[in-house]
Design a protein around this ligand. Structure first.
Ligand SMILES: Nc1nc2c(ncn2[C@@H]2O[C@H](COP(=O)(O)OP(=O)(O)OP(=O)(O)O)[C@@H](O)[C@H]2O)c(=O)[nH]1
Ligand SMILES: [Mg+2]
Length: 232
């Protein structure tokens, strides 16, 4: 018998998370998601400072340098909205972007950056954990995984923590332009297989490239469905 815990993955714990749509008809009426407006709101170091509005928010998390900020820019079509860098550790705070005046995208600092001191790693953990656990407007977390790498322990531990805390998430395999589709598909399959050793059900997953726009429509459509309250 396997010794590890079997987690029952619940795709969308709608009871735990509730947020209201904004009043903007643009969000509700289109069948397809179109980004007509994207604006930086502010950066915060504590979830309690984050906007008080109850509009839904979608948050990007993953290892430093995996491409979170670049993906936000790709999705919104604004190349300089979120700050990116070739050096890990660029994003340090909880950054809010208001989209179509109706929902938020949130860019978080990355985890697993070796050069960070123990003290700042602890404060990262506290800031992010509190945000993830207590921010009820958070409808769905996107966990970014580098599609070029074999499953990383830190990512597996993180998704496990999400499962234990029943946080809804989807996975995005990034930087697909850097290798062949075949290699990307293999990585995705390996990651999913490893997850199935501890999970009964797998979360939705996407493949992306911020360089060529791969995954843009699918990810936006997914957000659109969640904005419409379509949780199945
Ligand atoms: N080729 C390619 N490069 C990418 C892609 N996504 C990100 N990058 C590059 O990867 C580096 C890191 O990107 P960021 O978006 O800053 O990564 P991040 O996850 O926000 O990093 P932190 O804020 O440090 O946690 C930058 O040099 C980007 O240009 C992608 O899809 N394809
Ligand atoms: Mg960043």
């Amino acid at each position: 018998m396997k010794s590890f815990l079997l987690i029952v993955y619940r795709t969308f714990p709608t009871v735990v998370r509730s947020a209201k749509l904004g009043n903007n008809p643009l969000v509700k009426e289109e069948n397809q998601m179109k980004i007509v407006d994207a604006q930086f709101v502010a950066s915060y170091t504590d979830y309690q400072q984050c906007p008080k509005s109850t509009i839904p928010e979608y948050t990007f998390i993953g290892r430093s340098n995996v491409g979170k900020s670049s993906l936000i820019n790709m999705l919104t079509g604004h190349s300089k909205l979120a700050k990116t860098s070739g050096r890990p550790g660029k994003t340090q705070m909880i950054n809010y972007f208001l989209i179509n005046n109706g929902w938020h995208l949130v860019d978080l600092p990355g985890y697993g950056w070796a050069k960070v001191s123990k003290t700042s790693r602890a404060s990262w953990s506290k800031m992010i954990e509190d945000y993830l656990l207590y921010r009820t407007q958070l409808i769905n977390l996107f966990v970014l995984i580098d599609s070029r790498l074999p499953p990383q322990k830190i990512d597996m531990e993180f998704v496990r923590w999400l499962g234990e805390n029943q946080l809804p998430f989807a996975i995005i395999f990034t930087k697909a332009d850097k290798q062949t589709d075949n290699k990307t598909n293999q990585s995705v399959a390996t990651f999913r297989k490893e997850m199935l050793e501890t999970w009964e059900e797998l979360p939705p997953s996407f493949v992306s490239s911020s360089a060529d726009g791969t995954g843009r429509e699918e990810i936006l459509q997914y957000i659109h469905q969640l904005n419409q309250g379509d949780f199945n």
